[in-house]
Design a protein around this ligand. Structure first.
Ligand code: APR
Length: 168
């Protein structure tokens, strides 16, 4: 199966690319962004400072530095505003743009956190449905050996499990 669901700390994964749920400054923050910057080390911040930020829905790539992953793909999820600010489309673009960057950089494996479902308060069920359908559609036309959905909490893990299981 090209898609695998795991419960893990994304900073520990030895994959070609991990995806960071960053903010538009790309200069670090809390949540998974904070964990990735802490684990990757100061050089990550130095590279991020050269990128000039990133718009919501877009993605930019850096080296992985002290992480076991080769690359970090930083994407900016939408802040949930009740679904009236194009949040669904912007979250879809996060996954699409991250996957495109992975292909452009010859990554054969990529790991996604549950983008926007923490500080940005995107409803978890809806975010999982968008994540899975976007990745499924992408994989029907593009070749990436493995896509990991990395959950850090049980709620997200169970939501993803139910959707992926129902899909089989
Ligand atoms: N590994 C995997 N997933 C993690 C980890 C980790 N080490 N740490 C947190 N997560 C999960 C959270 O449990 C949540 O399900 O990542 C998901 C995304 O939550 P946030 O990190 O809060 O990201 P998001 O909701 O997209 O908000 C982004 O928060 O940290 C700031 O700088 C960041 O401003 C940006 C905003």
């Amino acid at each position: 199966m090209k898609i695998e669901l795991i419960k893990a700390d994304i900073t520990k994964l030895e994959v070609d690319a991990i995806v960071n749920a960053a903010n538009t400054s790309l200069l670090g923050g809390g949540g998974v962004d904070g964990a990735i910057h802490r684990a990757a080390g100061r050089e990550l911040l130095e590279e991020c400072k050269t990128l000039g930020g990133c718009a919501t829905g877009n993605a930019k790539i850096t080296k992985g530095y002290n992480l076991p992953a080769k690359f970090i793909i930083h994407t900016i999820g939408p802040v949930w505003n009740g679904g009236i600010r194009n949040e669904n489309e912007l979250l879809t673009q996060c996954y699409q743009n991250s996957l495109n960057l992975a292909i452009e950089n010859n990554c054969s494996s990529i790991a996604f956190p549950n983008i926007s479902t923490g500080v940005y308060r995107f409803p978890k069920q809806q975010a999982a449905e968008i994540a899975i359908s976007t990745v499924e559609n992408f994989l029907s036309e593009n070749k990436i050996n493995k896509v990991y959905f990395v959950c850090f909490d049980d709620e997200n893990y169970n939501i993803y499990k139910n959707i992926l299981y129902e899909m089989k």
